[in-house]
Design a protein around this ligand. Structure first.
Ligand SMILES: [Zn+2]
Ligand SMILES: [Zn+2]
Length: 98
């Protein structure tokens, strides 16, 4: 079962429906969260287990910088905000998806 996260910053920035993990009905598809190391945009990648998708370039769609994969303990520490660039963006799990 996958987790749905919501990202929120005191500056007003908010992003909902960030998915991580596997669904029940679509076992061969998983979602992972990445963050751009330059503009801090959050990117949700869908990974299928077909080999070719493993070679998908992990670059920011905005600025083409490298993406950092967000670790599993998403709620443990704050992240840099794409909007105000402060280290005040927090992720909260808001539910499960399948
Ligand atoms: Zn970027
Ligand atoms: Zn912010």
């Amino acid at each position: 079962m996958g987790t749905i996260y919501q990202a929120k910053c005191p500056c007003g920035f908010k992003q909902i429906d960030l998915l991580q993990g596997y669904g029940i009905k679509q076992r061969d598809i998983s979602y992972e969260l990445y963050q751009c190391e330059e503009c801090h945009m959050l990117v949700n990648y869908e990974l299928s287990q077909q080999a070719d998708s493993l070679f998908k370039p992990v670059h920011c769609p905005e600025c083409k910088a490298g993406l950092i994969r967000l670790a599993d303990n998403l709620e443990q520490h704050p992240y840099p905000c794409p909007e105000c660039k402060q280290l005040t963006l927090t992720l909260t799990s808001v539910g499960l998806w399948d």
